[in-house]
Design a protein around this ligand. Structure first.
Ligand code: AMP
Ligand code: MG
Length: 409
């Protein structure tokens, strides 16, 4: 049986970036940039005023002092968006608004709040005003031709804002993988209908569907199939035709009615591994057909959840172009003693918090793989490697942080 680390490496070796796609920037949220972005224009586009005020030529104020002011004639208004190409003459000023371009001949701005105006159209200046006050210069932030964003950046609201500011309406991103979900089990019924004896509600489908949605992946298909080899083969065959990744849940263990592995084999899927030395989720399956990845997650909800975030999620993120696709890894002081398993790595659902400047972590109760309540409270996993010695309270342990939002009460 392979280890957790070996399993992650095998998946890593077998998954690669999706193709590039050009999309509108308003659709790019959550995608990873597949090109370097060079500025097609300067930012700011041109010299413009940072304040509402008056623009003038500094030189004209060189002799201004209290009692001997310089008077400039206010020629009119320059508004943000004015396209007229204006020029300032001697002894003139314009009222200028924030963002309006500075006219030729002007090199400084007096804010409205500190300006002295006499009558309707005279600006009174009683001190020297140096050049460059309250002007935002062309190209001071971004020079035309300079690199603004690098391939591999995640598109988030600010990234989209920068692209828009540069006038770009389209961008090359890595495509998201097309993912299908198949849940197996005779016992499963959808929430909302009455349970008959022997039945339970299917929690995994919607849980994993939402986990995908929160990673910006909208599953192509999600279906529930009985423990019936024929029906399963049909569902798998259909899903494999159009998916980059297929996630099967349940039916990968050693039970008489666990058909998934056999059916995958019949459908031409090559097994990369089956079974990982871990708890929960030991019968985890991973296979490949062509470029399509196939994950078989053991059906217990905690197994599905753990295997999804430790194995499937990183693979899908890698396919989506992320350079660091794994859960963010940290070290924290454990708040309670834990007994490791002698043979397997154990993933404990846990809550990490800051205590002063120390990161602490508390394993939660109800860790059974059939249990679901600790998943809802957890914001991380604690990874306990196999050992015969207990992990003492206060010892430092590895934690893998779940995506933001998990475990927020
Ligand atoms: P399996 O992996 O099919 O052997 O299932 C293991 C356990 O998980 C059984 O107790 C199943 O009833 C349960 N289980 C399987 N699929 C689901 C599901 N979609 N939702 C909730 N529990 C499930
Ligand atoms: Mg089953």
């Amino acid at each position: 049986m392979i280890s957790f680390e070996q399993a992650q490496v095998l998946i890593e070796k077998n998954s690669s970036c999706s193709k590039k796609r050009i999309i509108k920037i308003q659709d790019a949220l959550g995608f990873v940039l597949a090109e370097n972005i060079f500025a097609p224009i300067n930012l700011p586009v041109g010299d413009n005023s940072a304040m509402d005020g008056y623009c003038l030529c500094s030189r004209e104020t060189r002799n201004a002092q209290a009692g001997k002011p310089v008077i400039l004639k206010i020629r009119g208004d320059i508004k943000a968006g004015d396209t007229r190409n204006r020029a300032l003459k001697t002894e003139e000023t314009y009222r200028i608004m924030t963002g309006a371009f500075i006219p030729r001949g002007a090199d400084t701005v007096i804010p409205k709040e500190t300006a002295m105006v006499r009558g309707n159209n005279c600006l009174v200046i009683d001190r020297f005003i140096p050049a460059g006050n309250h002007i935002r210069y062309q190209g001071e932030e971004v020079r035309k031709g300079g690199r603004v964003l690098a391939k591999g950046f995640l598109m988030h609201p600010a990234t989209i804002g920068i692209l828009a500011m540069l006038g770009k309406d389209k961008v090359a991103v890595f495509d998201k993988p097309k993912v299908s979900l198949i849940t197996t089990g005779n016992e499963l019924v959808r929430p909302g209908v009455a349970l008959r004896p022997g039945q339970i509600y299917d929690s995994n489908s919607l849980m994993i569907q939402s986990a995908l949605e929160s990673a910006g992946i909208h599953p192509l298909k999600a279906c529930r199939v009985k423990d019936n080899a024929k029906l399963l083969k049909k569902a798998i065959g259909m899903a494999l035709k159009e998916s980059d990744a297929l996630i099967l849940m349940g039916g990968v263990s050693v039970g008489k009615y666990d058909y998934v592995k056999d059916v995958l084999k019949e459908t031409g899927v090559k097994t990369v591994f089956w079974k990982v030395n871990q708890k929960p989720g030991k019968p985890l399956y991973f296979g490949k057909r062509g470029e399509t990845l196939i994950f078989g997650l053991p059906g217990n909800p905690a197994s599905v959840f753990t295997c999804f975030y430790e194995y499937v999620f990183p693979a899908l993120r890698r396919m989506s172009g992320f350079r660091h696709p794994y859960l963010h890894r940290e070290v924290a002081e454990i708040r309670s003693e834990v007994k490791p398993d002698h043979q397997k790595i154990v993933f404990l659902k846990a809550k990490t918090t800051m205590a002063g400047n120390k990161k602490k972590v508390m394993p939660l109760g109800r860790q059974g793989s059939h249990m679901i309540s600790s998943l809802q409270k957890a914001n991380c996993f604690v990874l306990i490697p196999p050992s015969s010695r207990p992990v003492k309270k206060g010892q430092r342990v590895r934690i893998d942080l779940l995506p933001a939002g998990n475990g927020t009460l």
